[in-house]
Write a protein that binds this ligand. Structure first.
Ligand SMILES: C[S@@+](CC[C@H](N)C(=O)[O-])C[C@H]1O[C@@H](n2cnc3c(N)ncnc32)[C@H](O)[C@@H]1O
Length: 215
């Protein structure tokens, strides 16, 4: 089976070769229950569901957690116009299409739900700050995590600690973005280094970008 990460004419954190490198990891572990922290515009979510449905049929689940900033009901009137103004695209056609014609905020819960509609029964999108909500989500069946949400030291450490409470000693995968030089973020690396050191977990670096932790 040829793995091809599709962009769905949206924005993604895994541009160019990175999407396929990510899919190779799914191919290696074939998870059934997947968690993504940081959904953004849903492109990795959709590619993950496309692949997991190819190998597991209907027997898989995807949970995605994000702030989904522009879609929060109580702030909608204030925040939405600003967010749309700031939704930047290098492709001018995308700018016209998303910001002026259909006026769709690609990071909103509604837009992500639409992209994942085909997998409605397998997917759950949860809006909120992981520092507050991750501890209340049942992660007991998760077997693969893509950690790509908040990039501050505190948030990465919080997310790793919460995830590890459920995955510890279960031989599951936590794939963390932005660890290696290809997309280096110092706070992310420091949090992963401190977390793995205090829990005695080995880090494998994938293509000088992702840090892979086996629980
Ligand atoms: C780099 S993007 C994720 C890219 C996505 N994984 C992909 O492959 O396209 C980071 C996302 O994390 C979300 N985020 C940032 N801080 C967060 C937090 N504390 N809790 C939940 N989501 C957060 C942002 O809203 C943003 O959509």
């Amino acid at each position: 089976m040829v793995l091809k990460y599709k962009s769905y004419w949206r924005k993604t954190g895994l541009k160019g070769k990175w999407g396929n490198i990510f899919l190779e990891q799914l191919k290696e572990y074939k998870p059934k229950n997947f968690l993504e922290i940081g959904v953004f515009c849903g492109v990795t979510a959709r590619n993950t569901c496309d692949y997991l449905s190819q190998i597991h049929g209907n027997q898989f689940s995807y949970i995605g957690v994000d702030l989904f900033g522009g879609s929060q009901k109580n702030y909608k009137d204030e925040i939405e116009p600003n967010f749309l103004k700031n939704q930047k695209f290098s492709n001018p056609l995308k700018n016209i299409y998303y910001n002026y014609i259909i006026k769709e905020n690609l990071n909103s819960l509604a837009s992500n739900k639409k992209l994942l509609q085909k997998y409605e029964k397998n997917t759950q999108l949860i809006a909120g700050d992981t520092n507050e909500i991750l501890k209340n989500i049942d992660l007991s069946s998760i077997d693969f995590v893509f950690l790509d949400g908040g990039h501050s030291y505190e948030t990465v450490l919080n997310d790793l600690e919460e995830i590890y409470k459920s995955l510890k000693n279960r031989n599951k995968v936590i794939l963390c973005d932005d660890y290696g030089e290809a997309s280096f973020i110092k706070e992310v690396k420091n949090a992963i280094d401190d977390f793995t050191k205090s829990n005695n977990i080995r880090i494998s670096i994938i293509e000088n970008r992702f840090a892979k932790l086996i629980t």
